[in-house]
Design a protein around this ligand. Structure first.
Ligand code: EPU
Length: 343
C-alpha cells in the first residue's frame, strides 16, 4: 500500500492539472482496501482510475483512492469463449493487447482507450461500435461504507451510452475490485463503423489487424495525453428529438447522424466544428485541430481555463443549433462526495 499526504495528482490525470489531494492511498489488494475503509468515514473520498476522464477543478480536500490490483486470471477456457477476471487497476489497453495476442476477440475495437479496467466498467467506455458492456459478465465491488462485497451482474449495472449505475444511483458507494470479462474464440469482426474497413483494405481481418487499424485511426485523430493533456471526448454526443433533427437536417443536409431508440444522435464534434471552434484556443486551453470533440491543455492550462472554454463552446452550440451538449468528462471539485467512481 502507498499512502501520501498533500499529493500532487498531476500524473494521475491525463489533462495534466496540478491539483493536490490531502491524502492519496493506493491499495494492492482487496484486503488492503478493506483495512482503510473505517478511516474513510466522514471524509470526502474519490476513487480514481487512470484519470483519463476527469478534470480537477480545485485541490481535493479528502482521500483519493487508487487500485493497484493488477491480476489477470483465466477463469474459464472453453471451446467457444474464454472468461477473464481482471483487477480494477489493470491498464485497459494491456488487457486488449493480451486478448488479441491470444487470438481472443471482443475488445479489439476498444484498443488504445486510455484508463484502467475498473474505470472502464464504471464509464462503460466505447468506440467503433463496441462498448465495455458488450464483454462484461459481472463487476466485483467493495462497499466503501461498510466493506461488504457485492458482485453486480451485467444486467444490474444499468449500462447505457457512457453510463452505469456506478456513475448514477450508486455514485460514491462502491469501488470496483475485479471485472469479469467474456471474450470469444470465434472471431466476428465488427468493422462497420467509420473508416475501419478502409484501413483494413488488402489485409487479412484478424483481431490483431483490427487492433492495429484502430490504433492507427486513433493516433491520427486523437492527441497523445503524454504530449498534450486531454481527456479524450470532452462532450457526449447529444440525442435530439425527431423534430429538432428535421430542423437541423434541412438547414445542414450533410450533417452526420445516427438513429437511436430515443431520438437521433448528432456528433458533438461535428456541431463544435461547424460552430468554428476546431483548432481555436482560449488562453492555454484549446479545441484539438484534428477532432473538435477533444479539448486540450496547450501547456500549463488551469482547470478554470478548460472550464471556461467548455462553457463558451456549450453556449455557442446552443445559440447556433439549439442543441445542448453535456460534458462526458467528470468535473471534480474540492468538496463533492464522489467516492467509488473509479474515474
Ligand atoms: N466530426 C466532424 N468534425 C470533428 C469531429 C467529428 O465533422 O472535428 C464528424 C465526423 O466527420 C463524423 C462524426 O462527426 O462524421 C463522428 O466523428 P467520429 O467518428 O470521430 O466519432 P465521435 O462521435 O466524434 C465517438 C466517441 C469516441 C470514439 C469514437 C469512435 C463519444 C463522445 N465519442 O466520437 O470516444 O472513439 O466515437 O467510436 O461518443 C471518448 O469517449 O473519449 C472517445 C474518444
Amino acid at each position: 500500500m502507498r499512502r501520501l499526504r498533500d499529493y500532487s495528482l498531476i500524473t494521475n490525470n491525463t489533462f495534466g492539472i496540478d491539483a493536490k489531494a490531502k491524502e492519496f492511498i493506493e491499495y494492492d489488494s482487496v484486503a488492503e482496501l478493506e483495512a482503510v475503509i473505517p478511516e474513510l468515514r466522514d471524509r470526502t473520498v474519490l476513487h480514481i482510475g487512470g484519470g483519463s476522464n476527469l478534470l480537477f477543478t480545485g485541490d481535493f480536500d479528502g482521500v483519493v483512492l487508487h487500485s493497484n490490483i493488477q491480476e489477470i486470471e483465466v477463469t474459464h477456457n472453453g471451446r467457444s469463449h474464454v472468461d477473464l477476471r481482471v483487477g480494477g487497476g489493470f491498464v485497459w489497453d494491456e488487457l486488449v493487447a493480451f486478448a488479441v495476442a491470444n487470438g481472443w476477440s471482443g475488445v479489439e475495437n476498444l484498443s488504445l482507450i486510455p484508463g484502467e479496467v475498473g474505470a472502464a466498467a464504471v464509464q462503460n467506455i466505447g468506440a467503433y461500435g463496441c462498448e465495455a458492456k458488450d464483454v462484461i459478465v459481472s463487476v466485483e465491488t467493495v462497499n466503501l461504507t461498510d466493506g461488504s462485497h457485492r458482485t453486480f451482474k451485467n444486467e444490474e449495472c444499468g449500462y447505457a451510452y457512457r453510463q452505469s449505475v456506478f456513475k448514477n444511483e450508486l455514485k460514491g458507494c462502491y469501488a470496483v475490485t475485479y471485472v469479469n470479462i467474456r471474450l470469444s474464440k470465434q472471431f466476428q469482426p465488427n468493422t462497420a463503423y467509420g473508416n475501419i474497413r478502409q484501413a483494413l483494405e488488402g489485409k487479412e481481418v484478424t483481431p490483431q489487424t483490427v487492433r492495429q487499424a484502430i490504433i492507427d485511426i486513433r493516433n491520427q485523430k486523437l492527441p497523445d495525453p503524454k504530449q498534450m493533456g486531454n481527456a479524450g471526448s470532452f462532450f457526449m454526443n447529444p440525442v435530439v428529438s425527431h423534430e429538432t433533427f428535421e430542423r437541423l437536417k434541412s438547414a445542414y443536409p450533410d450533417m452526420p447522424f445516427y438513429d437511436v431508440p430515443n431520438g437521433v444522435k448528432i456528433p458533438a464534434g461535428w456541431l463544435i466544428d461547424q460552430a468554428g471552434w476546431k483548432g481555436k484556443a482560449l488562453g492555454r486551453a484549446a479545441v484539438h485541430d484534428k477532432q473538435a470533440l477533444v479539448l486540450v491543455n496547450l501547456g500549463g492550462a488551469t482547470a478554470s481555463e478548460i472550464v471556461r472554454l467548455s462553457e463558451t463552446i456549450q453556449a455557442d452550440v446552443q445559440r447556433k443549433f439549439g442543441v445542448s451538449i453535456k460534458p462526458e468528462v467528470n468535473f471534480v471539485g474540492g468538496s463533492e462526495k464522489q467516492a467509488g467512481l473509479n474515474l
